[in-house]
Design a protein around this ligand. Structure first.
Ligand code: AMP
Ligand code: MG
Length: 711
């Protein structure tokens, strides 16, 4: 059992470095998981030592995992040191490797030195520096025949389908050699500093040790790391957070022991080491707490009960609302940088607004009990009360003080009279009574009281909200990560962009630019997935890419049930398609499905229907997925400037705009191919589900584009 697990993602960078491919430390314990990024090895070594010492002092047990090779393939240590022990190699390296406070180091020279010392030319390769280094080739040389490419534990990982790199490789993507040469001296020093309180596994017995240090390997949980990375998390941060939380969870039960229980030759283990968790990838992945992974929707979330033929719009909206839940994680941002983001938790006022009672005007302040009806003449005290420069001391009864807007009411003042209602010489102020008690003052907390919920989770922050949060002393907010929305057009007839030639039977993709800009205007991250012809293999490829890179996909075209409706066919084969036949015009079925866990919203191909469905269904659906409130457009009742006899049974949306008389006129044609009408309009008129007889002057509901967030 461990009270805490820390995971170190090490780096061989030659300069201080932050972000991807730099040093990260993840820590998990009963209070949750955190990670931090450290720019240099020296600072990280100090941080690790501090973590370990804190654990020792507080009587806690710490498992420290580091992602570097703790040993070399058998043979290296004994050739260099005369002892077939990894820890002898650590000492050998610690004597020779230099690594300063700015990450400047000599690992390449030491690798070249080892190559020169070892029989057969030595195994190290991969000179990633500009300068040539004698004895360290850029490419892979023949391996001396007395050395293996991989350690025994790495061979086992390879057999299980992973691709661990060899210690011998010092440069190139995923190489582990350089960071191991720079890491072993660090482990050597750490062990020396911690003395008898620590044990390095599998070299030393770990029973009863406060600090256990072990080698770990992030590839065991790679698919989960990828899922987080696809949602914008730095890979290394994801690795240390997921590994530490998985190991901590495993450590809370008896599932931890098997990880330490390995059946390998003890002499070999002493020399090569072993990666903790080898062969236990699935158990580690299963132990990652759900709270650490991107949230997912339930497989059957879009299911419609059997036998439902046509669903009214409002019922479809209700179903969609309850089917969807947020799929984006959260992060903390400075309030000033959070405009447009969706709150992931409630914001609690850290102080009241106003914090103290103050004056609402420029004038004179006094105690109301000192005033009377008729003419009042109060002597003025010296000094004044101004915003940011409070009056020190108290105003005696029967006296007044000069006070300015925003100034805290001095002790002895509860009422203010407006400067324009006073006459004054420098010694006194005169005004007519009676004066209302507390006139022209603001009570402390009359706007918001400390501790009150100022804004609730799900609210999208706008400029005025930043004013509120700042006034309440809230400098940081937890917000959802932006929702990544992929847009895919389908159809053999579609030409991706209007700068390409088109044959008479081909048409330009009108939906994709429209949907991409809608998504951006709604505050999400729009990802262009391009266009796919009606070829299942191509659509599958696009959807697979989408499942890795985005949180939700909007497709247009191919979503009905016809021969050429390949999107719906693929989604049906995947097993999760639900075609919602919604009683509305324009619009055909809305195809809703999950593709590899990622929601797909299949809009009609027709641009008029695609826009209306995107506004009515897409906008609130994306808001909910992004962690926001369910949104409904704000409509206005206006007189019609048109006539129409509407049949019952479905809701209708007409392209419309407001004329000079304030009445709604509609586009001349209801033809669903008339894209010009979309552009002509400034909004849509929504006609109710039932029958309606409309003549000029009949009140109708008008939904401006702006109320759908269009600019
Ligand atoms: P579908 O839903 O694929 O049957 O398409 C319905 C109609 O919309 C057809 O006339 C398509 O050519 C047209 N259409 C489909 N996708 C697009 C698009 N991206 N841009 C313009 N028109 C489209
Ligand atoms: Mg089509």
């Amino acid at each position: 059992m461990f009270d805490r697990v820390a995971i170190l993602d090490w780096s061989a960078s030659g300069v201080p470095k932050m972000g991807k491919d730099s040093i990260w430390i993840g820590v998990s314990d009963a209070s949750g998981t955190t990670s931090r990024n450290i720019a240099t090895r020296a600072a990280a070594e100090a941080a690790i030592l501090a973590l370990a010492q804190e654990a020792i002092h507080s009587g806690k047990r710490l498992l420290l995992g580091a992602d570097l090779n703790f040993g070399a393939p058998a043979g290296l240590a004994s050739h260099l040191t005369g002892k077939a022990e990894a820890m002898a190699l650590w000492a050998w390296l610690a004597e020779r490797i230099t690594d300063d406070a700015r990450n400047l180091n000599n690992y390449r020279a030491i690798a070249a030195l080892m190559n020169a010392t070892l029989p057969g030319g030595g195994p190290f390769w991969g000179n990633g520096s500009k300068a040539e280094i004698e004895g360290l080739s850029r490419t892979k040389p023949a391996l001396p025949d007395w050395l293996a490419e991989h350690r025994k534990c790495d061979q086992q990982s390879k057999a299980e389908g992973l691709s661990p790199k060899t210690l011998w490789q010092l440069a190139g993507a995923g190489a582990v050699g350089a960071q191991s040469l720079l890491g072993m001296p660090m482990l050597h020093r750490l062990r020396a500093s911690l003395g008898g309180d620590c044990a390095v596994w599998p070299f030393e017995p770990i029973e009863g040790k406060a600090i256990v240090i072990a080698e770990i390997y992030a590839a065991f949980i790679a698919p989960d790391v990828k899922a987080l990375e696809a949602r914008g998390k730095v890979r290394d941060a994801a690795e240390v957070e997921l590994l530490s939380s998985a190991l901590w969870t495993v450590g809370q039960s008896d599932r931890l022991a098997p990880l330490f229980d390995i059946d390998a030759d003890p002499a070999l283990l002493r020399e090569e080491g072993w990666t903790l968790g080898t062969g236990h990838g699935p158990a580690l992945r299963a132990a990652i707490p759900a709270s650490q992974l991107p949230p997912r929707l339930r497989d059957d979330c879009f299911a419609m009960p059997q036998g439902v033929a046509w669903v009214p719009v409002d019922e479809a909206l209700d179903r969609l609302k309850s089917a969807l839940s947020p799929v984006t994680g959260s992060e903390t941002l400075q309030t000033a940088a959070a405009c447009g983001r969706i709150l992931a938790s409630d914001c609690i006022a850290r102080r009241s607004n106003p914090p103290r009672p103050n004056s609402a005007v420029d004038g004179y302040g006094f105690a109301h009990s000192s005033t009377k009806e008729g003419v009042n003449r109060l002597p003025l005290v010296a000094g004044r009360a101004a915003a940011g420069r409070p009056f020190e001391g108290a105003v005696p009864p029967g006296h007044a003080v000069r006070i300015l807007t925003g100034a805290i009411l001095p002790e002895g003042v509860d009422t203010v009279v407006l400067e324009e209602d006073c006459a004054t010489d420098s010694a006194s102020v005169t005004f007519d009574g009676p004066v209302k008690p507390r006139a022209n003052t603001r009570k402390a907390g009359e706007d918001v009281v400390e501790g009150a919920v100022a804004l609730t989770a799900g609210h999208r922050l706008r400029a005025p909200d930043l004013a509120l949060l700042s006034a309440l002393g809230i400098g940081e907010v937890a917000v959802h990560r932006p929702l990544r929305v992929g847009v895919l057009s389908t159809g053999d007839e579609i030409i991706a962009a209007p700068d390409r030639p088109a044959l008479p039977h081909q048409i330009y993709d009108a939906n994709r630019p429209m949907l991409l800009s809608l998504i951006a205007q709604w505050g999400h991250e729009a990802v262009d997935l391009g266009h796919a012809p009606d070829r299942p293999a191509v659509i599958t490829g696009k959807l697979d890419r989408a499942a890795r890179e985005v949180d939700v996909v909007l497709t247009s075209g191919g979503a009905s049930a016809g021969d050429e409706d390949h999107v719906s066919r693929l989604l049906r084969e995947e097993g999760t398609l639900s075609s919602w036949r919604i009683a509305m015009k324009p619009g055909r079925p809305l195809a809703l499905a999950l593709w590899k866990g990622v929601p797909v919203i299949g809009l009609p191909g027709n641009p008029v229907a695609a826009l209306v469905c995107a506004l009515i269904f897409g906008r609130p659906a994306l808001s909910k997925l992004a962690g926001g409130d369910w949104t409904a457009p704000q409509g206005f009742t206006v007189p019609a400037a048109f006539s129409k006899s509407k049949k019952p049974g479905r809701r209708e949306y007409l392209r419309a705009r407001i004329n000079a008389e304030g009445a709604a006129e509609v586009f001349a044609s209801e033809g669903s191919g008339r894209i010009s009408g979309l552009s002509w309009a400034d909004g849509i008129v929504e006609l109710p589900d039932g029958a309606a007889e409309i003549t000029p002057g009949t009140p109708v509901r008008y939904l401006p584009y702006a109320s759908f967030g269009l600019t």
